[in-house]
Ligand binder design. Structure first.
Ligand SMILES: Nc1ncnc2c1ncn2[C@@H]1O[C@H](COP(=O)(O)OP(=O)(O)OP(=O)(O)O)[C@@H](O)[C@H]1O
Ligand SMILES: [Mg+2]
Length: 265
């Protein structure tokens, strides 16, 4: 599978939504990011986006990440999926408008989990899309789980797994902050950006990780870091970039230098 995919870009829900307000996409940001993706013209690219103010809110309401506890959750499972499809449609339309041949593929239909971790995934459609020059577009989703009935698989987890399975050169995690911060910048106002972080000392006490704005049913920033640790450890470049700042995602896709954090082994 080597060389099947060059880059994996995850557009954080934090970058394309106002996570503090339910169902609030940021259409201007989404449009601009679609433009940057189009302009960068990466050949073998997989795109993903997170739950933003869509999936997280509904999944939290029905406790979908806790697994099946009763039939009243089934509507919630279905509604979580619908919320993600709504956000996905907005992202998809912007990409198509910019001429990016994005093909939306729902994780719930090709991924199953075991206790919330990806157990099986059917990669053929993704590989075949890439071979044709199309851009698979995935998202964090509610999926079926062998132990819990159902679970939430984050776009972070999917990005990590796909990067490793398809041997990506680079994973770009687009968020709404400049990268990995050394401190609780929201509370202290300090903005100390760590330019390089090694996966081995990433979880140390020196780095303060606070709870994200709004609901995040997949572990927020800590979850993101733990998904990216094995990716970096396997030798794949992992970049955290502020997708809210025009040009940064473009530059990261072009492999030009930009502000952000590089996660190393
Ligand atoms: N040490 C840290 N460095 C950088 N960001 C941090 C740190 N600790 C917490 N965060 C928060 O993590 C947030 C990003 O994670 P979050 O899960 O909210 O967004 P996301 O993954 O882009 O959204 P989604 O899950 O919807 O895709 C940032 O908005 C930031 O406030
Ligand atoms: Mg998140």
């Amino acid at each position: 599978l080597a060389g099947r995919v060059e880059m994996i870009l995850k557009l954080g829900g934090s970058a394309i939504c106002d996570k503090a307000k339910p169902k609030t996409p940021l259409p201007n940001e989404i449009r601009r990011l679609a433009e940057e993706i189009s302009k960068a013209g990466v050949k073998r690219l997989i795109l993903l986006h997170g739950g933003g103010s869509y999936g997280h809110v509904v999944a939290d309401q029905y406790k979908i990440a806790d697994g099946y506890q009763g039939s009243s959750q089934l509507i919630g499972f279905a509604r979580t999926r619908l919320a993600m499809m709504e956000l996905n449609r907005t992202v998809l339309e912007s990409l198509l408008d910019q001429g990016v041949p994005a093909v939306s593929i729902s994780p719930s239909s090709f991924v199953t989990t075991e206790n919330g971790r990806i157990r099986q995934l059917f990669l053929d459609p993704i590989i075949m899309a890439l071979e044709l020059g199309a851009v698979p577009l995935l998202f964090g989703d509610a999926v079926f789980d062998t132990k819990k009935g159902f679970a939430i698989v984050s776009a972070d987890q999917l990005a990590g797994r796909l990067a490793i399975d398809l041997k990506a050169d680079r994973v770009i995690m687009g968020v709404d902050v400049d990268g990995i911060m050394a401190d609780d910048h929201h509370r202290t106002g300090r903005q100390e950006l760590l330019k390089v972080v090694s996966a081995s000392d990433m979880m140390t006490a020196s780095m303060h990780i606070h709870e994200p704005t709004g609901v995040d049913v997949t572990g927020g920033f800590r979850g993101k870091l733990s998904e990216m640790t094995p990716v970096a450890q396997s030798g794949i470049e992992v970049l955290f970039v502020n997708a809210r700042v025009p040009g940064r995602i473009y530059r990261a896709l072009r492999k030009e230098e930009t502000v952000g954090t590089i996660l190393t082994k």
